[in-house]
Design a protein around this ligand. Structure first.
Ligand SMILES: CC(C)(COP(=O)(O)OP(=O)(O)OC[C@H]1O[C@@H](n2cnc3c(N)ncnc32)[C@H](O)[C@@H]1OP(=O)(O)O)[C@@H](O)C(=O)NCCC(=O)NCCS
Length: 178
């Protein structure tokens, strides 16, 4: 049976507000994501505000497959009232049950301050309360910072790879399903 789409909510951590992504965030995010080095491990290149606005419009519209939910948040550093990155979860069916594939990006000038860990652990805590069986992340084997974030979220590396990236995963105990 198809689970209903997961409504996404605002989340808060010690220093960050995780705000559901809006098209209006594109202009500020284009600046946050403007460093080409950010794309070393995730591919692609920085986008213009217009390009990012188009991308965010598609993301907000949601996945074409009704069984899949795209959950996207921007990270707002509360004290400075500025955006610093994003976290996301793509939730949908998989051979292992209902899967959430997660990812994170923090703008270069904001890195090394624990924001990715803080946001990603809040995201996984939120996912734990959802009807989800497995959380998955794909991490480039040379990307130590991302591996540390995945480990902080309780994921462990597997021997499975996809496009040269290691699959990290964490199986959830679906107590909520009764
Ligand atoms: C991965 C990324 C989000 C980390 O952001 P961040 O806010 O700097 O991460 P944090 O400050 O929370 O640090 C996470 C861990 O990585 C470690 N770390 C940070 N920078 C590092 C570096 N250059 N080399 C090795 N480890 C590093 C930190 O020490 C921390 O681990 P610790 O708590 O065990 O000390 C950021 O580097 C990024 O956006 N990269 C480009 C996008 C990307 O590749 N995303 C991954 C897709 S899944």
């Amino acid at each position: 049976m198809t689970e209903p789409r997961t409504p996404i909510t605002e989340l808060a951590t010690g220093r960050l507000d995780l705000l559901p992504l809006l098209v209006e965030h594109a202009e500020e995010m284009a600046d946050v994501l403007s460093d080409p080095d950010l794309h070393t491990f995730i591919g692609g290149a920085p986008e213009t505000p217009d390009g990012l606005r188009d991308r965010y419009r598609r993301m907000v519209a949601g996945a074409p497959d009704p069984a899949v939910t795209w959950c996207n948040w921007v990270l707002r550093l509360r004290d400075e009232a500025c955006l610093v990155g994003t976290v996301q979860a793509t939730i949908g069916p998989s051979p292992e049950g209902r899967k959430a594939e997660i990812a994170w990006v923090v703008g270069t000038r904001w890195q090394g301050r624990g924001f990715a860990k803080e946001a990603a652990t809040a995201l996984t805590a939120w996912l734990e309360a959802q009807p989800i069986d497995v959380i998955v992340a794909h991490v480039h084997p040379d990307h130590q910072a991302s591996a540390a974030v995945a480990a902080a979220c309780g994921l462990t590396p597997t021997d499975r790879t996809q496009d040269g990236e290691t699959r990290w995963e964490r199986t959830l105990d679906r107590r909520h399903s009764g």
